[in-house]
Structure formats: C-alpha cells, structure tokens
Write a protein that binds this ligand. Sequence first.
Ligand SMILES: [Zn+2]
Length: 219
Amino acid sequence: MATTSIQKKQIRDVVLTHAHLDHIAGLPFFIDDLFVSLEEPIRVHATKEVIEKLQKNIFNWEIYPNFSELHNKVGAVLEYCQFEIGTEISVKHLSIKSLEVNHKVQTVGFLIADEKSKIAFTSDTAEMDGFWKVVNAEKSLAAILIECAFPDELENLALQSHHLTPAILKMELGKLKNTNCPIYVINMKPVYREKIVKQIEKLAIENLQILEVGKIYEW
Ligand SMILES: [Zn+2]
C-alpha cells in the first residue's frame, strides 16, 4: 500500500483481502502518518478472521500501537468494519462483493462495481472453482484481474503457498466462459516479474495482458 500525498488525503476506506504481510504492511504507517490530521477514522473493511489477526499480530502494542483504542483531537483514527464472505458492501460509490478464493489462509477476491461497470479481482489464490462460477454468471464484466505470483520453474513453491504460475493460470482461464473479457495479470512477486512476463507472453492468449503498476486504468 504505497500512497502518494494526494491519496493520503483522500483514502479513508481500506478493503483487505487477507492478512498476509505484503497486503497489510503499509497500513500501520498509513494510519500513523495521518494520526494527527484525520477528521474521520480510517475504516478497515475485512472479515472477522482478518480483523482478529490484525488485532492479535499487528495492532497489539507489541508490534505497533492499538490504534483502535486511540483518538486524536477529532475522534477515532481506526475503525474496523467487518463483512461476511459472499456479501456485498458499499464503500463510497462502489459496491464490493467478496468471494472466497483458494489461498494458504482465508482470502477473498472481489467483484467491484460502480454505476458504469464491474470488474473481478482474485487477490492471492491457487486454482479455484467457486470464483469462476460467480464470474461466469456475470454478463458483462469490464475486466478480470488475476494473480500470477511465481514463474513456471517454481511450481512446487506456488503449489505449497497457494499461488499461480503462468502454466496454472492458463488452466484456470480455461474455466472462464466469456473469453473476450480483458484479463490483467497482477500480484507478481517483484523479483520474478521479468520471468513471469516472458512466460505469460509465450502463452499468447489474446485478451491477457500484464497490469502496469502506477498506470491508471478506467473501466
Ligand atoms: Zn497471500
């Protein structure tokens, strides 16, 4: 969660997929940096399990302050907003439906919609069935964002840690009915990015591309 100063002023809702460190590492410092200036709390939307992990392992006074106990001059600085898997929540102008995926810990992907369009997002996952069932029932998705953390030569590690490789990603995309929907690869481990990109290009799947970090996409 690397944020610019403009984003720091605007972001007040954080929606979590799971509690792995690479997905929450920025959150403690984000709240810390904004502590004095917040006029409303940072709302952390997550499942009960993820909220409990944050409270137990991060915001526990041992690793970092328990911000949910602290107030600035205006009021609370951190508020937990619990959601149930499979339900839809409203966050600002977005409606966000969580879908359980297949990762090493409880993890959700999302269907994210505004009044104009809807996209699907896997977060971290290994091969899945339930996610595709929901995605295949959607009539007009604008995009699917799917992870591919490891290159093919690290398939064992991918299987152990519940992630995808380009070869497994190809099999997963075989479960998708709408083959025209643009698909973007996300969550590549940075150190393997170049290898993964080459292997994905070799797959030669027409509607499959790499999501560029830092680029703004509009759907
Ligand atoms: Zn993870």
